[in-house]
Design a protein around this ligand. Sequence first.
Ligand code: NOJ
Length: 543
Amino acid sequence: MSDAWWRRAVIYEVYPRSFADGNGDGDGDLRGLRARLPYLRDLGVDGIWIAPWYPSPMADGGYDVSDFTGIHPLFGELADADAVIAEAHALGLRVITDMVANHTSIEHPWFAAALAAGPGSPERARYLFRDGRGDSGEEPPTNWISAFGGSAWTRITEANGAPGQWYLHLFAEEQPDLNWSDEAVRADFDRILRFWFDRGVDGMRIDAAPALAKAPAFPDADYGGDPRFVTIRWVGNPHWDVDAVHEVFRRFRGVADEYADRIFVAEAVVSSAERLAAYLGPDEMQTAFNFPYLKSAWDADALRSVIDDTLEQFVPIGVPPTWVTSSHDEVRLRTRFGRRTTSSAHFADGQGEAVDLELGLRRSRASALLTFALPGTAYLYQGEELGLPEVDDLPDGSITDPVFRRTGGETRGRDGCRVPMPWSGDEPPYGFSPDGITTWLPQPSGWDGLTVAAEEADPGSMLRLVRDALALRRSVPGLLGDEFRWVGRRDGVLEFDRGGGFTCVVNLSGSVVPIDATRPVLLASTAPVDGLLPNDAAAWLSR
Ligand code: NOJ
């Protein structure tokens, strides 16, 4: 297997609006990110993935793009993006950007042109406009649902004032889906990919990859009785993971291969490791997020089987496994693991359940050691290195996630994991912005012990654990290789060797378990006592 950087990297996800505010307006920006790049180098990650930084009305946190080759004025300008790329590279960090190719914003000039040009026009052919059903077209063209709740279709008013066609949006109505059967769309994205590769980005994460193709006849979908968008259970769905999607990614790969060592990471939530493997390989994407791992319950059997499936599926085809536990779309791990429901098939799962944050932190620490000990690439979402909890009591009026609005407030949405990072100090804005500035999402009181400064000073903090783990990952021979072998099989215990005398033991059994007391403990999430590893703890052992 080649030793390309992306085969065993740790990639840190930056959500730019919430990472660091460099101009003091309460929103994160690229100047703030530049100032904190040394923090990321010292944390020990190999690269960053930056969530969308493009001009956008922010109807979906920047995933509604109105210009694919610009930078949102909130974040800066193109020169700032160039500086982020250059300065990250100078620090030895790779840069992955976010490519949102399934849809645009309704404010994209292509959509404005499509509305103006009328039915049957080439401008309209860039999107998925259809006539409605019913006597006067008053019913949506299909029963397809939006990921954020409600119908996936919105009806427009034509230029002459009459009720008109419907357009498809698998996400919010402000995010019309592009028609990837249209050559004009394909050619435009060739140009967009080259624009960013020419500027030096090392890779792109492909947003909502399985959405890009739809069954040509637009049949109604059978959601199997669940009215929610739960793609992890969908097989044979007409608007998700349709095989024609792979033509698009083969073309993307052709563009990437015009450059040296540029990669794609698929964001593809599909029903099996086998379906995911179809997105990967020498003529499509190099790597993909591992959602089954992310969505797994904190349960030894479930984790063992997802680890086995991942390794069985990817290793033989030469694709590096990836291990992801969190993102800007997920409930913070500390909160999720402190609830009764620890799996996450849908963002509403576990919502409203009681949370034990101490338990959640213990498990997140153990999960970090498990994740960083597995062979392949790992992803770390900003703030997870601090053990931040979900902010689940944001005032309704501050919530921006379209999920909240589209479900009539029933699902709180994802803003609770997007609250600005606490850097220092005892009260909001915790060094995110200058004192006295209100951040775009309010930070809670009580985060003074969770700031970067506080955790740097505390040897027992999550930050110090993550830093130590990432330093060992770069120096312990077993962790640098590809070996992986389960050791024994004790109920509720995950135990594996990575070669070179390195073993990781994770205890989810509900009681203490013995570990080999003669072997030095390199690192532990909760210290073993007298050769006994506590429950919800992990330890790294050397020879
Ligand atoms: C996945 C992104 O991570 C999420 O934040 C976004 O809402 C959807 N794709 C739609 O672009």
